[in-house]
Design a protein around this ligand. Structure first.
Ligand SMILES: Cc1cc2nc3c(=O)[nH]c(=O)nc-3n(C[C@H](O)[C@H](O)[C@H](O)COP(=O)(O)OP(=O)(O)OC[C@H]3O[C@@H](n4cnc5c(N)ncnc54)[C@H](O)[C@@H]3O)c2cc1C
Length: 481
């Protein structure tokens, strides 16, 4: 049993301990062997050293009073351990901006890539390919390859600074991770408002797998509608798409669908072009966050399109073959895309801290979780809300918060405000920024160049224009697999 120990503050920290009366230095490598002998209860004034799951940066925790000059928190590497939950806009931004000389950075996420959500709708019809809008997070460079965990967090113990996580690849595998600082950026899920049949029958558009499923469903429906023995009523059902929710996601998906119908269905499924119907159902106004003039411009454009309609109503039920509206009307359809606001994820729901009425984690102005007395846990993006200073749930806000937080933790990342952009189809977009409000083709050029510059890496900045050019010259790839 270890009876005494000391930590030096040099970058390579060593433990000096005495085992069975013999004093010796042990390096981190040897700690692996001895760690099983260490017990927090052995001596409350000793550093407690432990090795967590596949993690070779050993941490110490002092349970009693510290000798003068010793760091209150330290890892054997001399760095604090920062755990980031998620690889979305907020978390990825922290990961890219954090100074890895100051922290051992661990990421826990069920997704091993960052997803550029503003271009997700473009992949549902093949304007862009799936891999063109995702960036593997391992490309950001981890100090140790075991610092990325393809797992999801299930609970946090703020007092113990520990985290319970479950492997995505083996759900029976759950383990605990210790942190010094924690960044929670788990995002949010689509809100179904408890509408019957949505979970089972509608498609969400949040992840790259969702876009793939939508693309396959569209192509399957077009192919099936051409096969013998399919009656007229069934054909018109297969070719009817219902989009529920008139926010940017719903509108942009409709815009991509419109381009696909105009440019590719006209070429490849000639007989079906006039039969395709797209209905956008919104209970209030579409694009409600945009300026009123831009909103009515988009509304006019959408309703002028052949086969497109806008219904102001709520959906009360979704079945495998139809949606039911509040007024009792039933729309038979082959695809329902559901995009009506946000609801907290299971992790956020289970996290026992102060939340707002929408179930978001309440933070102070520094993004610190309000219920964490130690001030070591931070939350940002769609899963969080700053007390008395609510910000919209957008990629831009999450990214800026991530930069701010990294800046707060290590000083240095600049923050820029870009405003709001939305594609509305046929080479037209809306731009709503403090500097300018634009619509039409110039706005579309701005939309494309702004997103091009915001793509996470040079690989994506090269891949996306290649996809755009391929689509322009040869049309979209309609292979179904
Ligand atoms: C199709 C679409 C288009 C959009 N277009 C725009 C746009 O044009 N402009 C704009 O500003 N905004 C847009 N948004 C909104 C924007 O994407 C979100 O506001 C933004 O993604 C929020 O960032 P976030 O970091 O909070 O969460 P997310 O980006 O959703 O990331 C959450 C991360 O947490 C991970 N995670 C989930 N559960 C756990 C867990 N238990 N443990 C660990 N990790 C977990 C997820 O896998 C993911 O990596 C769009 C959204 C969508 C879906």
């Amino acid at each position: 049993m270890i009876s005494s120990s000391q930590i030096s503050r040099s970058s390579q920290v060593c433990l000096v301990c005495s085992m069975r009366g013999q004093s010796k230095f042990i390096s981190p490598a040897t700690v692996t062997i001895f760690s099983k002998h260490l017990s927090p209860a052995a001596n409350r004034n000793l550093p407690v050293v432990w090795k967590s799951h596949r993690d070779y940066s050993y941490r110490t925790r002092f349970e009693g009073s510290l000798p003068a000059g010793w760091p209150a928190e330290a890892s054997i590497s001399g760095r604090l351990r920062l755990i980031i939950l998620g690889t979305g806009w907020g978390s990825y931004s922290v990961l890219r901006c954090i100074d890895k000389q100051l922290y051992d950075v661990l990421v826990v996420s069920p997704r091993n890539h960052f997803l550029f959500t503003p271009l997700l709708a473009s992949t549902t019809v093949g304007t862009l390919e799936f891999r063109s809008i995702i960036e593997p997070v391992r490309n950001t460079g981890f100090r140790d390859s075991a610092h990325f965990h393809l797992s999801y967090a299930t609970s946090v113990d703020l007092a113990e600074r520990s985290l319970q996580v479950t492997s995505v690849l083996r759900p029976s595998l759950s383990y605990t991770l210790q942190y010094d600082k924690l960044v929670i950026g788990v995002g949010a899920f689509s809100n179904t408002f408890g509408t019957p049949g949505v979970e089972e029958n509608a498609f969400f558009l949040k992840e790259i797998q969702d876009a793939r499923r939508i693309r396959n469903r569209i192509l399957s429906n077009f192919e099936l509608a051409l096969q013998p023995g399919i009656g007229d009523a069934e054909i018109s059902r297969l070719l009817q798409v219902v989009i529920v929710g008139g926010g940017p996601t719903g509108v942009e998906f409709g815009a991509e669908l419109y381009d696909f119908i105009e440019q590719d269905v006209a070429r490849l499924y000639k007989q079906q072009q006039g039969l395709v119907r797209v209905t956008l159902v919104e209970s209030n106004q579409i694009l409600s966050a945009f300026d009123a003039r831009l909103r009515s411009y988009a509304e006019k454009k959408i309703t002028q399109r052949k086969g497109f309609s806008l219904i102001q109503s709520s959906v009360t039920e979704v079945t495998p073959n139809s949606v039911k509206l509040q007024n009792g009307e039933v729309i038979p359809c082959g695809l329902v895309v559901w995009s009506t606001g946000l609801a907290p994820r299971q992790f956020t729901q289970a996290f026992d801290v102060e939340k707002n009425a929408r179930g978001q984690i309440v933070t102070d102005g520094y993004l610190r979780v309000k219920s964490d007395p130690g001030g070591n846990a931070f939350a940002l993006g769609d899963c969080a809300d700053i007390e008395n200073y609510s910000l919209p749930c957008t990629a831009q806000v999450a990214e800026r918060q991530g930069r701010y937080l990294a800046n707060f933790l290590n000083k240095g990342c600049p923050i820029q405000d870009m405003g709001m952009l939305a594609y509305i189809g046929r080479y037209e977009a809306l731009t709503d920024t403090p500097m300018a409000r634009l619509h039409g083709v110039p706005s579309w050029l701005l939309w494309r160049s702004a997103y091009l510059t915001r793509l996470g890496s040079w690989r994506l900045r090269m891949q996306v224009p290649v996809d755009w050019t391929k689509t322009l010259l040869f049309g979209r790839d309609i292979s179904r697999f």
